[in-house]
Ligand binder design. Structure first.
Ligand SMILES: [Zn+2]
Length: 81
């Protein structure tokens, strides 16, 4: 599996939508590829923070997070290209 292919599977992986076969191949690639692992981590973080923002409307500080997150994700994505 190449990084670009791996990248397409990240969302499905996080949502647990991959077949067992693809999932295994994906995990083998991740074990060997730090940039993809970084991207996966930042994707997971963005989901987590997204949920916090939704459930925590009183905390205005969180409104600052999305732009920082986008930068983080773009930086991780750049490493893949
Ligand atoms: Zn990779």
């Amino acid at each position: 599996m190449k990084c670009r292919e791996c990248f397409q599977f990240i969302i499905d992986y996080v949502e647990n939508d991959l077949t067992a076969e693809v999932r295994t191949t994906f995990e083998q690639h991740l074990a060997d590829c730090q940039p993809c692992l970084d991207y996966l981590e930042s994707y997971r973080l963005s989901i987590k923070i997204g949920q916090q923002v939704c459930c925590n409307t009183e905390n205005e500080a969180l409104e600052e997070m999305p732009s920082a997150l986008i930068a983080l994700i773009l930086a991780a994505k750049k490493k893949l290209e």
